[in-house]
Design a protein around this ligand. Structure first.
Ligand SMILES: [Cu+2]
Length: 518
């Protein structure tokens, strides 16, 4: 089977990168850029032929910036366009043609979360796709999937230091619906370094934590399928996994200094101007490393129309749970005038962050950073969701159980009892329908993410459903979720818990297509 892989030129040569930087600052090259933009603007009338017609690649800088948190300056990473705006927004039909410029002062690699590029452009530190050196430029070119997506570093624990940004791919239908787009990006923030946070969790020193953080790059080697391995044994899938009652569950491993909404706290929230009676498409992105929230619209009623960028049959409500790495598209029709807070409340606690939608002249209320305790994030939304575009009905060719294991003391998490990178890849063939039973044997919820594929939630706790199509699903403590996907993107793909500290203490495995040379 031919593997379609776009070339990824990796200009690791520093001199070449310097030249790139000089060129971009050159007014002559800017004139050329403007000419190219003009050409792109008149393009729709002309049949698309050849590369000459393509618009110039977008420039995305992985760099550092200083933001203010709780009245203190904080140096964090950032992923910004040339105007300093975080992330990337693509027009309908536009390719993801991006030059990622690493000015972060250290190596990095950026993952386009939920997108379905060829595996060599996915931004995971496989041996074949190593991190990008400081000063180097890496180019990407693939057909993007429309919807609300995001990007984050997969290098070490840079994600915790806000190497995260929105990635929005518009559709013609959305642009025609006459709604104001509002992006709400959530992050958790600590003045401690991520290594100090991890050291606090594992009870080790920061140096040991640093060593743990580099393990992500040590991919498993030339291992093959082991059908009889423990934990992947189908005979175990009949065991009773119903949630125990009265057993306490663990929430919020990490105590954070702040929760950010578009980089700001409620002490100084972003005020988004909206029209009287405005119509909004709210794109919520949970970019937090170890925190889950309830989105609280107050008295407003919103309709969830997409989860993880994929359309769902709309579901109305005012409070919606969002797990780590997930996204929600919520349509909101505002009342005539006023100020409307959109809050994100931390599960299990009353701490909150958010933004305010406000019509001109509206009085902006002061919003406290703490409120009533929110319950744990749960499946109250998930269990109601149905996909607008479900997978075709088909029997599974591969059906596997993957157990989620681990505990708080000692702090270590695993899949099938294996800790990354000592894991056995799940081997797949292109064309297979794959079903995975995720069985959580821990007292924490785990938001599980598959790279390079969109999967459908087909059962929760044994109850079959035509659930949402997603890239990240939460598995409740002692709960079970079955997902299904088509193996249609050959390569090496990470499958992991999106809690950064669970990931870095081992809760990662690999789905690998047969025939991929390693
Ligand atoms: Cu986890």
């Amino acid at each position: 089977m031919a593997v379609q892989q776009a070339p990824v030129p990796n200009h690791s040569d520093a001199a070449e990168a310097d030249q790139d930087a000089r060129l971009s600052g050159d007014p002559f090259s800017r004139r050329r850029f403007l000419k190219a933009t003009l050409a792109a603007a008149i393009l729709p009338a002309i049949p698309r032929v050849g590369r000459a017609a393509a618009p110039p690649a977008k420039r995305l800088v992985a760099g550092t910036r200083t933001i203010e948190v709780n009245g203190r300056p904080a140096k964090v990473f950032g992923l910004t366009d040339p105007s300093g705006r975080p992330g990337i927004r693509l027009d309908p039909g536009e390719r993801f043609r991006v030059d990622l410029v690493n000015e972060a002062g250290t190596r990095t690699i950026v993952h386009w979360h939920g997108q379905l590029p060829p595996w060599t452009q996915d931004g995971f530190p496989w041996p074949q796709t190593p991190p990008i050196a400081n000063g180097a430029v890496q180019s990407y070119d693939y057909a993007p999937t429309p919807g609300t997506y995001w990007m984050h570093s997969h290098e070490g624990m840079q994600e915790q230091n806000l190497m995260t940004a929105p990635l929005i791919v518009h559709t013609a239908a959305e642009l025609g619906e006459d709604r104001q787009e509002v992006v709400l990006m959530l992050n958790d923030f600590a003045f401690r370094t991520p290594e100090e946070v991890l050291a606090g969790l594992t009870g080790t020193g920061a140096t040991a934590a640093q060593a743990i953080a580099t393990k992500m790059e040590k991919a498993p080697g030339r291992t093959v399928d082991a059908p009889g391995m423990p934990g992947m044994d189908m005979s175990k899938s009949g065991m009773d996994m119903s949630p125990p009652t009265g057993v306490p569950m663990d929430l919020n491993d990490v105590h954070y200094d702040a929760f950010l909404a578009n980089d700001r706290t409620l002490a100084d929230p972003e005020i988004v101007r909206v029209e009287h009676g405005g119509r909004v498409r709210l794109r919520v992105i949970n970019g937090a490393s170890s925190s889950q929230f309830w989105i609280d619209l107050g008295d407003l009623v919103g309709r969830v129309v997409a989860t993880d960028g994929q359309p769902v049959h709309s579901r109305a409500g005012s409070r919606f749970p969002i797990a780590m790495a997930q996204r929600l598209d919520v349509l909101i029709d505002l009342p005539e005038r006023g100020a409307f807070p959109v809050l994100a409340r931390l599960e299990g606690e009353g701490r909150q962050t958010g933004i305010v939608l406000a019509t001109a002249g509206a009085r902006i209320p002061r919003i406290a950073e703490s409120a009533q305790t929110a319950p744990p994030v749960d499946h109250s939304l998930e269990s109601w969701l149905t996909a607008v575009e479900p997978l075709a009905a088909r029997r599974a060719d591969v059906l596997r159980t993957i157990t989620l294991d681990g505990r708080m003391k000692p702090y270590a998490w695993s899949m099938n009892g294996e800790h990354w990178p000592q894991v056995t890849p799940l081997m797949l063939d292109e064309g297979q329908r794959v079903e995975i039973d995720l069985v959580n044997r821990t007292m924490m919820a785990h938001p599980i993410h598959l790279h390079g594929h969109a999967f459908q939630v087909v059962a929760i706790d044994g109850r079959p459903m035509q659930g949402a199509v997603r890239d990240t699903v939460i598995v409740m403590p002692m709960g079970r979720v079955r997902i299904a996907f088509d193996a249609n993107n050959p390569g090496r793909w990470a499958f992991h818990c999106h809690n950064l500290y669970h990931q870095h203490t081992g809760m990662v495995t690999e789905f690998r297509y047969r025939g991929i040379a390693i």
